[in-house]
Design a binder for this molecule. Structure first.
Ligand code: ASP
Length: 329
């Protein structure tokens, strides 16, 4: 019996060292081909802008191209489900925002579990949102908008990027704060939603500064406020929604980078190091600052920094969403 156990132990040790050796070999040769970074929303939108800027910067330290692939649908849950089932070989990653934490409460049938189906790489940047309208909407400021939406609730179209998008979350909080029920119009991302706003087909949109800053500065949309507690450097003249009367209104968009469960730790670590290098790259930092995005502190640039944050966000939003009774079957 004793001998049998010892033999087993030796066999296990041999398998273990073999796995370790192959893990090291993978890490040494990784990446040997382009890597795909999946974005859950339309090209040209806020998540896509962060992803493409990050991917281009990461290519410098990885020595391989990081290709952005937009997988659209179901408020970002389609892409997350796709990556959760992708080959865990280090060549498929996901970038997703707050939607990763709201999806479990919003979707009764979800093809993935955010807490068990992924390896966590890092958080990246935090981005404020802005409440904007088509240029010719009569309300000139938040006080006027408040009266306008109450008087015209039936005819106002509020665009978003689907159930689970931050534009949906922000729009939901806005409607709750106003005590109105507007007609929501879902798009595959806020790039097409903003196009519809510019074309006057929809009235209102809550969207990240990464996409809206240039339009606000050019005056092609009407701005009511930013969703942060304090004013932001990228748009110093923009009032906060709190200043406009929406007390304590705050939505900040955070981003996490995920790999399918089972991706080797050494590979996650190498990809994560490239993320961290990109976040410290001055050209990345200045582009993000221009767009109102803030690079997260070092403590969040880790697998554990993302995992614990995601769990706390699930705990925070689950009850809020459930009590609002918003969900998809
Ligand atoms: N801003 C979008 C959202 O509302 C996503 C996107 O198009 O990047 O979640």
């Amino acid at each position: 019996m004793m001998n049998f156990s010892r033999r087993n132990l030796i066999a296990l040790a041999m398998i273990g060292s073999g796995l370790l050796a192959s893990g090291l070999a993978t890490a040494q040769t990784y990446p040997s081909k382009p890597i795909t970074l999946v974005v859950p929303f339309a090209a040209g939108g806020p998540t896509d802008i962060v992803a493409r800027t990050l991917a281009a910067t990461m290519g410098k330290s990885l020595g391989q191209t990081v290709v952005v692939e937009n997988k659209l649908g179901a408020g970002g849950t389609l892409a997350a489900g796709y990556v959760s089932k992708a080959n865990p070989d280090g060549y498929t990653f996901l970038i997703h925002h707050n939607g990763m934490s709201t999806a479990p409460a919003l979707y009764r049938k979800l093809a993935f579990n955010p807490m068990t189906d992924f390896e966590y790489v890092s958080q990246a940047v935090d981005v404020p949102m802005t409440l904007i309208a088509r240029k010719d909407l009569p309300a000139k400021n938040m006080q006027e908008l408040s009266a306008y939406v109450k008087a015209n609730a039936k005819s106002i179209n509020l665009a978003n990027a689907g159930l689970g998008a931050v534009s949906h979350l922000c729009g939901m909080l806005f409607q709750q704060a106003m005590g109105v029920d507007l007609t929501t119009v879902p798009f595959s991302g806020t790039a097409p939603a903003l196009n519809a706003l510019l074309g006057g087909q929809v009235d209102l949109l809550c969207d990240q500064t990464t996409q809206t800053t240039q339009h606000i500065k050019a005056g092609t949309v009407k701005l009511y406020g930013v969703t942060t507690k304090q004013r932001i450097r990228a748009l110093p003249d923009a009032p906060t929604l709190s200043e406009g009367g929406l007390k304590d209104f705050e939505v900040i968009v955070w981003h996490g980078i995920y790999a399918p469960k089972g991706t080797p730790a050494a590979v996650v670590d190498k990809f994560g190091s490239a993320v961290r290098a990109a976040l410290k790259d001055p050209s990345f930092a200045s582009r993000m600052a221009e767009l109102g995005a803030e690079i997260v502190p070092d403590s969040k640039q880790t697998p554990e920094g993302l995992r614990t944050w995601l769990q706390s966000e699930i705990n925070k939003w689950g009850p809020v969403i459930r009590s609002a009774g918003v969900y998809a079957d």
